[in-house]
Design a protein around this ligand. Structure first.
Ligand SMILES: [Zn+2]
Length: 115
């Protein structure tokens, strides 16, 4: 039996979305099976389970528009924002660093110009 990956709440990798998140972006699972589950621990009660679907395999409810893609992107943007420099790192901030790579490993030569 293949076991579904189980992620802790808020730690799901990029590329997965709950049905609700898909819907917010105008997507539907499109017949795919649940790709992973998310567990949200609760006190004195069984954990809350959320089913995750692969965004790659999701199908649009209606044709995608830039606005819909933006809505989908928004769901992931929060996890890409560096708490240190407040910039969108374009990748999920590694929890091991807690900040974007340039913040974690500043270039000692400062060769990146003036931004
Ligand atoms: Zn940063």
């Amino acid at each position: 039996m293949a076991t579904l990956p189980v992620f802790r709440w808020r730690l799901a990798p990029d590329g997965y979305a709950t049905r609700r998140q898909l819907r917010a972006a105008g997507l539907r699972p499109g017949g795919q099976d649940v790709a992973a589950t998310l567990e949200r621990p609760r006190r004195h009660r069984p954990p809350l389970i959320a089913h995750l679907y692969l965004i790659d395999r999701a199908l649009p409810v209606r044709p995608m528009t830039p606005g819909r893609w933006a809505a989908l992107d928004k769901a992931n943007t929060a996890r890409r924002l560096c708490p240190e420099c407040r910039r969108n790192a374009d990748y999920v901030i590694p929890s091991s660093l807690g900040m974007c790579v340039p913040c974690a490993y500043p270039d000692p030569h400062g060769s990146e110009g003036t931004a």
